[in-house]
Design a protein around this ligand. Structure first.
Ligand code: BG6
Length: 380
């Protein structure tokens, strides 16, 4: 088991809880600033055009592998949806711990992007070294810019989340999502798949995110009550999402598992009826991520199927969406936002649900059992 350390795993100073009861809650509340700062690293303040460095490697790639572990893997999965849709670049998302032993078929025209908060995760580093042997361009997206991964990669996109102390990753996740959103836009422009006007519209959508997140963080009472009354007492909890919100459902489940020790699973909602729906009964909270996007009708019918079978559905979406569904055990109403930016916004209430459910269950929120900030040693 990797060493449990007081620092962020790469020696960054401990900033203190800033008056919050836990680092996790402090770091959740830092996200409007962190997302804003991340966008500032990619968007020209005068022209609002995207200005990302190191794009030449990505522009030339015939295929891209996104490689990561844990929460960073969920960011990679969301990145695939954005990059394939906007930039029309084929993207493979790889669990580093499987990828490194799978003898993957790699071709020099490919590029590989390694995503890591700590930059020290052993499986992701081993995957990076494997790709180097096959002559791939090595790109990395890391928070710890002094880390081994930043040193070994050919090009680095630094995250500006600052030190993350809570073992369950929160602000680093949304910083990763914001960077991947910017990368997808920049790449789409470079590959001739995005007109300037549409780029401007999507950049504005990203710029709306910090204020929308701040609005959610200003009103956490209803989320805390749902977490305490519906989630914390449960033995199992399910999360459903579609499209780019499917990886966010996976991340919501991971946050709850990591911090509250409740068994939780995320599913692609369309896949739910092919088996997992058998789990539904009157004791099962099912959190449904339903932004008002092109997939809402499908999501609403999944929601109806679950509540028809007695599931305790918690709807997460905007007011317009809430008005179109019924049979709920609870709801979390979020500000309207462009579907392109919904993965970022919808991450916040899921982090809060996990945090408040853990506090209600009295677990060690910042240092959950059996976990470390980065698994940096080889376990074979
Ligand atoms: C685990 C952490 O050890 O490593 C997770 O508990 C994290 O929170 C995962 O997502 C991957 O870490 P990193 O630093 O490579 O993003």
């Amino acid at each position: 088991m990797g060493a449990i350390s007081g620092s962020t795993g790469s020696g960054q100073a401990d900033p203190g809880k800033g008056g919050f009861p836990h680092y996790m809650l402090k770091e959740i509340h830092e996200q409007p600033r962190v997302i804003g700062d991340t966008l500032d690293t990619m968007i020209d303040p005068v022209t609002s055009r995207l200005t990302l460095p190191n794009m030449s490697e990505l522009k030339r790639a015939s295929r891209l592998a996104l490689v990561a572990c844990g929460t960073s893997y969920h960011a990679a999965l969301a990145g695939k949806y954005l990059m394939e849709k906007l930039a029309r670049l084929p993207v493979d998302v790889e669990l580093a711990s499987e990828f490194r032993f799978r003898e993957p078929v790699l071709t020099p025209g490919q590029a590989a992007l390694f995503i890591s908060q700590s930059g020290e995760t052993a499986d992701t580093l081993a995957a990076l070294r494997l790709c180097r042997e096959s002559g791939l361009k090595l790109l990395s997206l890391v928070n710890a810019t002094e880390s081994t991964m930043a040193r070994e990669a050919d090009a680095v996109w630094p995250m500006v989340a600052g030190p993350e102390i809570g073992i369950a990753s929160t602000k680093a996740f949304t910083a990763q999502l914001a960077l991947l959103s910017g990368l997808a836009l920049a790449l789409a422009g470079h590959r001739g798949h995005l007109e300037e006007r549409e780029e401007a519209r999507l950049v504005r959508a990203l710029r709306d995110v910090p204020a929308a997140c701040a609005a959610v963080l200003a009103e956490t009472g209803p989320i805390e009550a749902l977490a305490r009354d519906l989630v914390a007492p449960a033995r199992n909890v399910l999360f459903l999402g579609r499209g780019p919100c499917f990886p966010i459902a996976l991340e919501g489940a991971l946050k709850l598992k990591e911090t509250s020790y409740i068994h939780a699973e995320g599913f692609a909602a369309g896949e739910f009826r092919h088996g997992p729906i058998a789990l539904v009964d009157e004791n099962m909270p099912v959190i449904v991520l339903a932004p008002s996007d092109s997939l809402f009708p499908q999501m609403a019918s999944n929601l109806a199927e679950v509540s028809a079978r007695g599931g305790r559905v918690i709807f997460m979406g905007d007011a317009a969406g809430l008005a179109r569904v019924s049979g709920l055990a609870g709801h979390i109403v979020l500000p309207d936002i462009d579907p392109f930016a919904s993965p970022l916004l919808y991450s916040i209430p899921l982090q809060l649900l996990a945090y408040y459910a853990s506090v209600a269950r009295g677990t060690d929120v910042d240092q959950p059992r059996h976990l470390t900030k980065s698994v940096s040693d080889e376990q074979g």
